[in-house]
Design a protein around this ligand. Structure first.
Ligand SMILES: C[S@@+](CC[C@H](N)C(=O)[O-])C[C@H]1O[C@@H](n2cnc3c(N)ncnc32)[C@H](O)[C@@H]1O
Length: 215
């Protein structure tokens, strides 16, 4: 497989609890492999929303429980987070979440057409040191990949608690010919995520970007 990008994450496995390990046995039943498969599954729902880097899955779980007409695709490389999400899916009998357990750029590199009504990226890894900025997920290449998979007027929401990353995201989006600022949100966030809250506790602000795709 052609991979034109550096890893945007530190480790995939991390520490995994016994419960998470047990839950991961169900991963193949819940995972999707490509955009074609998402398109097929999404035909049974009104909308399709992608959350990239769902972490401990609190936001994804909350939104999926509240919106049964939306198919949520959760992407995460961190196996303990995936194990936690599967535990929540089983506990609450959630049937509108599918998982892409790998680098999201592998999924988006596929040819699959305009599928997503919305994409959410909450606190992407900030890579604060300048020499690591090249590992940041959000760059021109990534925005073009995202645009290719989103519907016209699809909603892109990004948050970050790192001012320097926020400046870079703002410039990328403002210079982009694929996205334009929007006041319309696809599902408003109702709580801060774990990483947003951590940023606030450490005295940082949350910067938010709400855009929509243009043809
Ligand atoms: C800083 S955490 C934020 C987690 C969560 N969204 C929150 O706000 O609490 C960033 C997450 O993105 C995931 N991630 C990083 N690069 C990724 C990629 N290329 N594809 C999918 N997930 C990725 C990491 O594993 C990590 O869990």
């Amino acid at each position: 497989m052609r991979l034109d990008f550096l890893p945007s994450f530190v480790k995939r496995k991390g520490r995994i609890t016994k419960n998470q390990e047990e839950n991961l046995k169900f991963l193949s039943d819940l995972s999707i492999k490509n955009l074609k498969q998402i398109r097929e599954e999404a035909s049974n729902f009104s909308y399709c929303c992608l959350e990239i880097g769902f972490g401990n899955a609190e936001h994804l779980k909350f939104q999926a429980l509240k919106n049964s007409d939306i198919l949520f695709i959760g992407s995460e490389v961190y196996m303990s987070g995936i194990g936690t999400l599967i535990g929540a899916i089983k506990k609450h009998n959630i049937d509108n979440i599918r998982i892409f357990p790998d680098d999201i750029r592998i999924l988006l590199d596929d040819e699959g057409g305009n599928i997503f009504d919305a994409v959410k990226i909450l606190c992407p890894d900030p890579w604060p040191k300048e020499r690591h900025h090249k590992r940041r997920l959000i760059n021109n290449y990534f925005l073009r990949l995202l645009h290719k998979s989103m519907k016209d007027k699809g909603n892109l929401y990004i948050s970050t608690d790192w001012e320097n990353y926020a400046e870079s995201i703002k410039k990328l989006l403002n210079d982009s010919t694929c996205f334009v600022r929007s006041e319309k949100f696809f599902l408003k966030k109702e709580h801060f995520t774990k990483f947003e809250q951590r940023g606030l506790d450490d005295g940082r602000n949350i910067f938010e970007f709400n855009y929509q795709t243009i043809d």
